[in-house]
Design a protein around this ligand. Sequence first.
Ligand SMILES: *Cc1c(COP(=O)(O)O)cnc(C)c1O
Length: 386
Amino acid sequence: MKPSMSTQENEGPFLGRKMKVNLFHPLIPESAIGPVNEILRSKWIGQGSNIAEFEKRFSEKFKTYNPVAVITGTAAIHLSLVLAGIGPGDEVITTPLTCPATNHPILYQFARPVFADIQYETGNMDPEDVERKITPKTKAIMCVDYGGRPCDLDEIKEIALRHNLQVIEDSAQALGAEYKGTPIGRIADYTCFSFQALKIITTIEGGMLCVKDPEKYKEAIRRRWYGVDREAPKNPLFGNFDYDATEIGYKYNMNNVAATVGLEQLKSFDSLFSRKQEIAKRYNEELGGVSGITLFKQEKHKKNTYYLFPMHIRNRDKVAGKLMQKGIEVSVGHTRNDKLSVFGGKFLNLPNLTRFSESVICTPIHNKLTDEEVSYVIKSLKEAVK
Ligand SMILES: *Cc1c(COP(=O)(O)O)cnc(C)c1O
């Protein structure tokens, strides 16, 4: 059965459930259609010059360390672990409050994710618990900017420095965020962004790995494409086909179609970003102080992207049910990773996470939300918590 346009528009993540107000909505600018058409008709649909152009514009715009465009955010995370030299038996301290894509790549390397507790009032990793979880096997800290709010990066970096650990930041939700005035992408040893369909900007699927060390950057460029240095001198007799592969390589390069979409998305970034700030401001102002709702901590030294708008709600399940009935799609966000079978399938003793998971709710925030819809969410939420 072919769904009509209108049902497609209204479907939540669970097919068939109709919602008036969706939690997320992808957005591809109209201006991308022309350039994408052109690329699709060209010879350069895979590797092509828009990839380097996208990297250049990206790092200029966000002032990041050396950018490496890849096929997914997960690929960026995996590549960062490879570059950091994470291998069998190593431990990586990470957060359980994230997309499983943060932690699967640790298993790809036969290393072990060690889950630290989070902060109840931000959803980010608790640096004090990170320090408690360090053992002689620990090699890296993987921190996630939950919902687009930067982690406590000074504290995390200071711990890493003292214990000689690398810092990998999963900033899939934090493009455009800042920590004490420094852009995310210019703080950790490795920063990983995602351009998956619902992220802040999308290339349908895509990611960017920002690498601090220039030698590691060159290695990343080789490893994303079969372990081959495409720029190395070639034997002219045999043309492009005579090359060496110097290390284990992957097929992680971004394609030229995705890069073309990315270039157009960069142009809309400022308006996409500021619209979410506007919506978040209304939620913060109009829901602050409402009995039954606890907003997250305000941190002046962090610029938050508001990829998610989480809050703590009294009688969460009941309130969520009421909102869904009113056609407002809400979510508890990420499922705690420690209870996923692949990561052990046990609820670990992480008291803040447990308390957090019982009361958190994420309300709709995306670039297709109208002011009226925001008002409707606010009004409905106030009624539902009464
Ligand atoms: C989206 C997301 C990822 C995965 O990115 P993909 O591009 O889908 O591979 C990883 N971590 C977090 C926190 C995410 O939100």
